[in-house]
Structure formats: C-alpha cells, structure tokens
Ligand binder design. Structure first.
Ligand code: 5GP
Ligand code: MN
Length: 362
C-alpha cells in the first residue's frame, strides 16, 4: 500500500500544500508553544526531520526549553531557548501546535511580524497566525498527526525518528489513545507506524513510568485536597507555589493531574488552578463528551480544545479560584438549560456534607 493512502481525503489538500510550502522555506526557526508537551515536542522533531530531508537549514526553539520528562526523546538538534546567538539569521518561522502568538513566548511573539511564518496547528478558534501559510485542522487529534501527513505528502517514509516523533505527539494528545479524538484515521496511522517497527509501548513506558518522589508526594497531597462542587459535577483543586516547594516538586510534576480530577465519578468538568507568581495563576480545564471547556476558558481569556483548555489569570489564588469556578458554573448552567444532560451514574453520591454550602468536600 502506498504510504500516501494513510492521508485521509479531508487532509490531503492541506498536507500537499504544506509540503510545497516547506520545500520553499530555508533557514527556518521551528517553534511550538511554551512549556512544550509531547505533541509540541513531537511536532518540532518531525518538522526538523522533514526539513533536514528537504536539505534545509533549521533551528529548534522553545523559550522555556523542554520539560525534564521529555529529555529521553532524541531531537534532531539542540533546543535554543533564546533568539540571541542562533547559528544563522532565520528567514522564516514554522509555528507548530500553538493557537496564539502569545503562547510562543514573548521573545518570538515580538519578532514574528518580521518573519515569514507558516503555522500548522489543531487548536480551535482563529484561522492561524502564519503570514505565509496556515493549516489549522481542529479535527486532527494532534499536530504531530498533521506533520505525519506533511511528511507523506513530501514523499518521506514514516520511519525511525520521524515515526517516533509522530507517535510521541499522538500518544500525548490522545491521552494514550483514550480521548474522543482517537479517530479511525489516528489508529490507521499508528497501526502503520507499529507495522514499520515503531515501539509505541516503549514510548509510553518512558512517558509514564518516570515519576520523581516529589511528584508522588505532590499528587498525594493534591488528591487529598481535591474538592467537589456544584452537586458533584465539578472537581476542583488548587496548587500553591509553597506546595511545590514543600513536596520538592516542580511545575511539570503537575502534568496529568487535572485528568485525575476528571476520573471522579459524576464529574463533568475538572478544574485545576496553579499559582505561578504574585497575582499570576494558570488554570487547566478538562471535560469529556459534549461539555465544552474551551468556551469556559475563553470567558477568562484562555483557549484550547473542546474537552481540554486552559488560560492565565492575573489574580491572586483566592480571586482566581472564584473567577474560575464562577465561569465553570455559568457555562455548565447555560449548557444544561439549553439541553438537559442525562444524569451520570453516581453523580452527587459519595459526598460528605460540608459547612460551606457552595462546596462539597470529598
Ligand atoms: P493545559 O491545561 O494542559 O495547560 O492546556 C490544555 C489546552 O489548553 C492546550 O491545548 C493549550 O493549548 C490550551 N491552553 C492552555 N493555556 C492556554 C492559554 O493561556 N491560552 C490559550 N489560548 N490556550 C491555552
Ligand atoms: Mn497538540
């Protein structure tokens, strides 16, 4: 079977267009969003490997660098954390897995108007920020999935490093093939990767079984603190800087915690609030099915996907908690008024009565 058969018909024109656009670039700065996750890192790696095969010069850039848990993953070059002292003056920027300029980091966002940019992404909202070309497919499970199709359209086989890069992104953004985005196309693509020798199980082993003691302590503390509100339909937890210090954990140790909150029986929306600095908090929202958290995040100036969204609040943790829970409640109330949701098994059970009428503590 020719590998181009792996490209779904709905993505074919975009993949071919991007393959053409990339072959016209040189001296390319490749960047994903700040605090890259596996999809941003996998997309970066795939883009570097594609450009290398096309004989182009490129540098990988991330102002925050890669999180430690992704250090095991080989990239096709060093990650530059500053635009000073690059090996060459970039002529163009390839922006990946990033819905908005500010998520590129301040330094690159400021330089963007001076660069010819190409944007490949799967976030909802906006038409993309590429000045030269955009390919935004919210129906794709991962930006790395789109990079696979670009590679195939450019005639490059998905082998070795390129296959691993695609797999890293897809595993990350489908939550290990569990989220609703795990389409037949995704499984078809990954089946081809495995058939060609890609070690999906080994990748997952690297990603999942590498906890530090600090992370274990932090999760224990936060699981105790988790709280249900709105009759059990919202799970909430907040993390202060002092929690990280006391547990000897770091910010990246929170990766995946909000998904744990969503595991609580009856929960429709999981909300995690993280103190980042004075008057600065970051929030993460998760839902499943037809509960939209991107809309909730947008109410607070954030964004993301229908079932996974986030944003930043320039507020104290107390103020941010109030604003976040109010937005979640508002969105859920409006959604339920428009179309009553079927009750979930166990919803509202297991709650210990609380003296605070607004909050039911676990
Ligand atoms: P996380 O909760 O893992 O940080 O992010 C979940 C999703 O929300 C990601 O897809 C990410 O792109 C999006 N997201 C997180 N923070 C922000 C933000 O500050 N602004 C926007 N627009 N999207 C965000
Ligand atoms: Mn992604």
């Amino acid at each position: 079977m020719p590998q181009t058969d792996l490209i779904p018909a709905s993505f074919m024109a975009g993949a071919q267009r991007m393959a053409r656009v990339l072959s016209g670039l040189d001296r390319v700065l490749i960047s994903g969003h700040v605090n890259p996750d596996g999809d941003a890192a996998g997309s970066l790696a795939a883009a570097g490997l594609i450009l290398r095969s096309l004989g182009k010069e490129f540098v990988l850039y991330s102002s925050t660098g890669l999180p430690q848990y992704l250090n095991f993953f080989p990239l096709p070059g060093a990650i530059h954390t500053s635009l000073e002292r690059l090996p060459f003056q970039p002529q163009s920027a390839l922006l990946l897995d990033c819905g908005e300029p500010h998520r590129l980091g301040r330094e690159l966002a400021g330089r963007l108007p001076a660069l010819a940019s190409v944007n490949i992404d799967h976030h909802l909202g906006g038409n993309g920020m590429g000045s030269l070309a955009n390919w935004v497919e919210p129906a794709a499970a991962a930006t790395a999935q789109l990079m696979a199709y670009v590679a195939l359209a450019a005639g490059l086989p998905l082998k070795e490093g390129l296959a691993d890069a695609v797999a890293l992104g897809v595993i990350t953004d489908t939550g290990g093939f569990c989220h609703g985005s795990t389409s037949a196309d995704v499984l078809f693509l990954c089946a081809a990767l495995v058939a060609d020798g890609c070690d999906l199980t080994g990748l997952r082993q690297h990603l999942e079984n590498n906890w530090s003691p600090g992370r274990m302590r932090l999760w224990g503390r936060l699981m105790e603190r988790a709280r249900l509100t709105r009759g059990g339909s919202v799970a909430f937890c907040r993390v202060l800087l002092e929690d990280l210090a006391q547990c000897q954990a770091c910010k990246e140790d929170l990766e995946g915690f909000v998904e744990q909150l969503r595991r609580l029986r009856g929960v429709r929306v999981a909300a995690l609030l993280r103190e980042e600095g004075p008057q600065l908090c970051k929030f993460s929202l998760r839902s499943y099915g037809n509960t939209d958290v991107r809309g909730t995040a947008a109410l607070l100036g954030g964004g993301g996907h229908f079932n996974a969204a986030g944003g930043t609040l320039r507020l104290t943790p107390d103020q941010a908690e109030k604003a976040l829970l109010a937005a979640v409640e508002r969105q859920l109330n409006e959604a339920e008024a428009a179309a009553p949701l079927p009750s979930l098994p166990g919803c509202g059970q297991d709650l210990v009565p609380s003296s605070d009428p607004g909050a039911d503590y676990l």
